[in-house]
Design a protein around this ligand. Structure first.
Ligand SMILES: Nc1ncnc2c1ncn2[C@@H]1O[C@H](COP(=O)(O)OP(=O)(O)OP(=O)(O)O)[C@@H](O)[C@H]1O
Length: 254
């Protein structure tokens, strides 16, 4: 299957520290990848380079075969590369319906209508109801975000991301901060993601990694040190070493 997403020889340094060190990878439709690595390994920086929130020093990002390295974050979203909306970016006074409805309008390039009552538009509301229903949020459709539980806010992030109809979805620790009693619902939402969507999830919780991922990529000091099956990752000597701290300090740029 031809890749839906590729990065080639991506590099980024901050003040002489190589934080993304010649990273290359490809994803196909339906991939379920967990990106793991010790604190400071460069996972967030890598995702920021991919989404267009940061510019690489060199290397390329491609979506559906098209180079998007010079295209901004919004342009990449339009081409199907979506990062889960962060809880910290949800608007506390807005409802789940408004968040998902705005994402639908953004996707369709109709955000100028946002000052009208877009939730009265039948096609928008049908999609809002469908997505919130699938994520078990139907009863909260018109509640304010500030009134709903944290775990449900995290489900709302996923709903907003799906409303953008991604081809590639990047999830940053989707269950972090969620009480144990609610993590099952997040896991179910992850299990129910569209089968042809390519998903890359940053995650620290290895139980979740093993249940979700078909492939695991380990970053240490900005470089990929393992890319393979979940069953093999804990046996890998370099991975063990990385987690024991030998890779804790990134190497300087040559
Ligand atoms: N804007 C920046 N300027 C300078 N250094 C940065 C910047 N952003 C990140 N770094 C450094 O780059 C390294 C990698 O950080 P990054 O946040 O990408 O790691 P991470 O793997 O996501 O870590 P964590 O798991 O703790 O979130 C760290 O040493 C960090 O201090």
């Amino acid at each position: 299957m031809s890749p839906v997403f590729e990065v080639a020889n991506l590099r980024k340094a901050f003040g002489g520290l190589a934080v993304t060190n010649d990273v290359s990878l490809a994803m196909s439709p339906g991939d379920r990848i967990a990106l793991i690595g010790p604190n400071g390994a460069g996972k967030t920086t890598f995702v920021n380079l991919v989404t267009g929130n940061l510019s690489p020093d060199s290397g390329e990002v491609r979506l559906g075969g098209e180079a998007v390295t010079k295209i901004d974050a919004i342009g990449r979203v339009k081409r199907g590369l979506v990062r889960s909306f962060q809880v910290t970016r949800l608007f506390q006074d807005m409802t789940p319906a408004e968040h998902v409805g705005l994402a639908v309008l953004q996707r369709d390039g109709k955000t100028r209508k946002m000052f009208g009552n877009f939730l009265a538009m039948p096609n928008v509301m049908t999609e809002v109801d469908d997505l919130l229903g699938k994520l078990g949020l139907a009863s909260l459709t018109h509640r304010r975000v500030s009134e709903i539980a944290y775990g449900q806010q995290r489900l709302l992030e996923i709903a907003v991301a799906l409303a953008l109809r991604p081809k590639v979805l990047l999830l940053d620790e989707p269950a972090a901060g969620v009480p144990q009693s609610d993590t099952g619902r997040i896991e179910q939402a992850l299990a129910d993601l569209p089968a042809d969507l390519a998903v890359l999830m940053i995650e620290h919780d290895m139980d979740l990694v093993f249940r979700f991922a078909k492939r695991v990529i380990v970053l240490a000091a900005g470089a990929i040190i393992f890319d393979g099956l979940p069953a093999d990752v804990t046996k890998d000597a370099r991975v063990r070493e990385a987690y024991l701290g030998s890779y804790a300090n990134a190497s300087p740029v040559a």
